[in-house]
Write a protein that binds this ligand. Structure first.
Ligand code: AMP
Length: 181
């Protein structure tokens, strides 16, 4: 039963990051234990961490899943590996970063997982796309996200829309496919 609703944060800043995010969104949505619900618009954010990195492409994907949060993390990490991610420098450039932002309304804290994601309330590149799909989540409220985005620590983070028709086409396909299945 696909009885868990989760929000996944997608980010990448190497190679063709938009193509990488599209591949990840398609792979996760077609996983036998997952079902596409909604995708945010695509955003461009300045990299945090070592200087001289390319901008990030960011988005949020909402899924229904039959997996528990730890099994879902396994799937996300497999997907990161498939995209050729190398874990080396903290906050260094990466082909694909997949995070569980929200899992139902659960609070999880153990050696592998912190849910809601520890950076959720600190990153505009997470909250802005989350706002796009917020109406499909039970929480956090639109008001809470919008209020948080007004905080100077977030409102000064450099983030803009990344206009790439490939993202819109892919999201439309995922939407149509999820309705017909
Ligand atoms: P990162 O380098 O940002 O991809 O962090 C990966 C590490 O964060 C992994 O070892 C995960 O076990 C851990 N982690 C903790 N909470 C989360 C979460 N909500 N989503 C994804 N990874 C998480």
């Amino acid at each position: 039963m696909l009885n868990h609703r989760c929000a996944i944060g997608l980010g990448g800043n190497l190679d063709d990051a938009v193509a990488t995010l599209i591949d990840a969104a398609k792979a996760l949505s077609s996983h036998p234990d997952c079902q596409f619900v909604a995708a945010s618009k695509l955003y461009r954010s300045a990299a945090i961490g070592p200087e001289g990195q390319p901008d990030y492409a960011n988005a949020v994907l909402l899924l229904n899943t039959a997996l528990d949060a730890w099994a879902l993390l396994d799937v996300l990490q497999q997907q990161e590996q498939l995209a050729g991610r190398v874990r080396d420098i903290r906050w260094g450039a990466r082909t694909l970063d997949l995070d569980i932002l929200l899992f139902n309304q659960e609070a999880i804290q153990d050696s592998r997982l912190t849910v809601p994601h520890a950076e959720l309330w600190h990153r505009a590149f997470v909250l802005l796309p989350l706002l796009d799909v917020q109406s499909e989540t039970a929480w956090p409220s639109q008001l809470n996200i919008a209020t948080r985005l007004e905080d100077p620590k977030l409102s000064t983070q450099i983030i803009s829309r990344w206009l790439d028709p490939r993202w819109d086409t892919a999201c439309n396909e995922l939407r149509l496919h999820s309705r017909s299945s």
